[in-house]
Design a protein around this ligand. Sequence first.
Ligand code: DX5
Length: 228
Amino acid sequence: MTRVRPVDIVPSLLSADLARLPEQLRQVREGGASWVTVDVMDGHFVPNLSFGPDFVRCVKRLSPLRVDAHLMVSDPETVAPWFIAAGADRVIFHLEAVRDARALLRRLRALGAQAGVAVKPGTPADGLLPLLDEADIALVMTVEPGFGGAAFLPAMLPKVAAVRRAIGERACRLQVDGGINLETAAAAAAAGAEVLIAGHGVFAAADVAGNIRALRAKAQDAQEGTCP
Ligand code: DX5
C-alpha cells in the first residue's frame, strides 16, 4: 500500500490581493499553511506575464513562509538561479521547456533549493517517471497554465493516480495546480495528490485562513476515505 502522507494546501499568490500583501500572508499563516507559491510567467511559455525575482525577495522579507517558484517560462535553466538567489526555497520548472530535466533538478538542489518538475495537461506523465528519484515535487497541472480561476480538468485525475502509484515510497511528493476548490480538492486528494496549489479557492472569498483550513479538511478526509 502506498504510504499516506498529510495533504498540504499551498496558496498561489497570483490570486492574492497584492495591495494587502502583508495581511494576506498573515492570513495564510493563520490558516496553517507553511508555503506559498509564486507563479512565474514569461508571456511566451504561457500567454501571461507575472512576477520576477524581486517579488520573491519582497515575500521573503514580509513573512517566514517558504516560497515555491513555479516557473512557467521557456528558459528555466537561465532564470531558476535568479529565483533561488532571491530566496525561493523550491523551484519547479516545466518538462516541456528543457532538454535535460535531470540535470536541472540536480543543479537546483546543488544551489540549495528543493527541485520540482511539472507537466501541462497535454503532456503524458511518462516523462516524469524517470525523474522521481531526483525530484522533491512532481507537479501535474490540472488546468492549462497561465491564469488563476480556470476550471479544474477532471480528465487529469487518472494521470494524478498514475504518478502517485509510480512515486510509491519515494520522498517525492505529488502536487496538483489549478481549479482547486472544496469539491476538486477532495477528488485530487482521493486520486493521490499530496500538495494542492490553490489561488481562487483561497483568496476569492474573504476568510483566507478559513478557506485554507476547509480545503485541507476536505482533502484529508478524501485521502483517508480511500485508504484501506
Ligand atoms: C497557472 C497557475 C494557476 C494558479 C492556481 O495557471 O499555476 O493554476 O496557481 O490558480 P487557481 O487555484 O485560481 O486555479
